[in-house]
Design a binder for this molecule. Structure first.
Ligand code: C6P
Length: 396
């Protein structure tokens, strides 16, 4: 049996999405900008996909939704665009983000620091969430942008986006949210929250890899990263990825359609798995369930090195991670665990389990059996763990 519990790294393409995109590889393969019918026959599908994207995040007609190659590009674009538009011009000098963002935000911010930008990395509380007060303290009249993720990729914790956007606006700053781990898991409404920019990536919600998007409220000007043939209204040049766009539109529509299922069924299965984990002695899970997206568990299993656990589970066909996929080849402690103040022992024993709407009860039952067995095996050979009458089940 193969059980995929690494859906925060990427998801299976929904067969309904695959079916929609296939004709645009070998049948309707024209360039949408060409004047002949090979080009124009792609237009209805592209129009439908863009409508699906607008409606999925509740964007207005005068907003822009620009298709990019991934969320990494979208995140870099916002940060560097703001640098060119508001900071290099001397108008502002400051960007605020959190200490638990994805590297596509933090690495871009580190780069901007080398260009003289003042960057504040807000701390998080023991649940891994930025406190509103710390944003209020850090923001000033020179803050150009506040960039805070909608939900964390490792803990699944949901951030108070609406309130943070309001605070940013009160100080004259723009607000960006990386919603990569929110779309398809919880409702994402750009009008209700008032965000100015929003990043997403199709492969996190059962679309293909290599296509993502950036929402821009009221078509706010933002210097382009890609100059060229003036595609996407001149905002992002490059021949349109027609199969990818069609697929992302369909995936977005399905993500919204299945939200109810996500809230009920995915939550139920996640809770079943989490309850089973917490039956094991010395297991700790980051963050309250009700503050998390439905699919995610970040656990620490005392005495069980995260990587050892992954290898052991992999032998039984179970895929999990120790944290974000892009950091998984480094045998370092989990940075989000460190940010919430967990000690080195907890950080090295992190295990991220992430479900999707394709996860079945049978798979969860199978995973529970093998996780419990793996813990016994690995603790038996651990030099740091000895069974003692203590229990660290509750949160930090
Ligand atoms: N996180 C994870 O295992 P791309 O790779 O550009 O499609 O998405 C980047 C990205 C941006 N923001 C967040 C919050 C993310 O979780 C990710 C991707 C994966 O957690 C791979 S590192």
């Amino acid at each position: 049996m193969r059980v995929y519990l690494d859906n925060n790294a990427t998801t299976i393409v929904d067969p309904a999405v695959e079916e929609k995109m296939i004709p645009f590889f070998c049948q309707m393969y024209g360039n949408p900008n060409s004047l002949h019918q090979f080009g124009s026959e792609t237009h209805p599908a592209l129009k439908r996909a863009m409508d699906q994207l607008y409606s999925g995040i509740n964007a207005k007609d005068n907003d822009d939704v620009i298709v990019t190659s991934c969320a990494t590009e979208s995140n870099n674009w916002v940060l560097k665009g703001i640098y060119f538009d508001k900071i290099k011009t001397g108008e502002k000098d400051h960007i605020i983000t959190s200490s638990v963002e994805h590297p596509s935000i933090t690495a871009a911010c580190k780069f901007l620091e080398t260009q003289g930008v003042r960057v504040t990395y807000l701390p998080v509380n023991s649940e891994g969430v930025v406190e509103i007060e710390s944003l209020k303290e850090a923001i000033d009249d020179k803050t150009a942008l506040v960039s805070i993720m909608w939900a964390n990729n490792e803990t699944g914790m949901i951030f108070p986006i609406k309130e943070m956007a309001r605070i940013a606006h009160e100080k004259g700053a723009l607000f960006h949210s990386d919603a990569v781990q929110a779309i398809g898991k919880i409702a994402v409404d750009v009008q209700d929250t008032g965000v100015d920019f929003l990043s997403f990536s199709a492969h996190k919600f059962h679309g293909p890899k290599g296509v993502g998007g950036l929402y821009i409220k009221d078509s706010i000007p933002l210097t382009s990263l890609l100059h060229g043939g003036e595609h996407m209204g001149g905002r992002r040049s490059g021949t349109l990825n027609v199969p990818g766009i069609v697929a992302m539109g369909e995936a977005m529509e399905l993500a919204v359609k299945y939200l109810e299922y996500e809230y009920k069924e995915v939550t139920r299965l996640r809770n079943k798995l989490e309850d089973a984990l917490l039956e094991i002695e010395d297991v700790f899970v980051v963050g309250k369930r009700e503050h998390r997206v439905p699919n995610t568990i970040l656990a620490s299993i005392k005495g069980v090195e995260g990587e050892a656990m992954l290898w052991d589970l992999n032998r039984y066909g179970i895929a999990a991670s120790t944290g974000s996929a892009c950091a998984s080849e480094e045998l370092e402690s989990n940075p989000v665990m460190e940010a919430i103040g967990a000690d080195a022992d907890l950080s090295h024993t992190a295990l991220r389990l992430s479900l999707s709407r394709f996860t079945t009860e049978k798979e969860i039952d199978y995973a529970i059996i093998h996780i419990k067995e793996a813990v016994k095996r690995l603790r038996a050979i651990s030099s740091t763990y000895s069974y003692a009458p203590k229990n660290h089940k509750s949160g930090l």
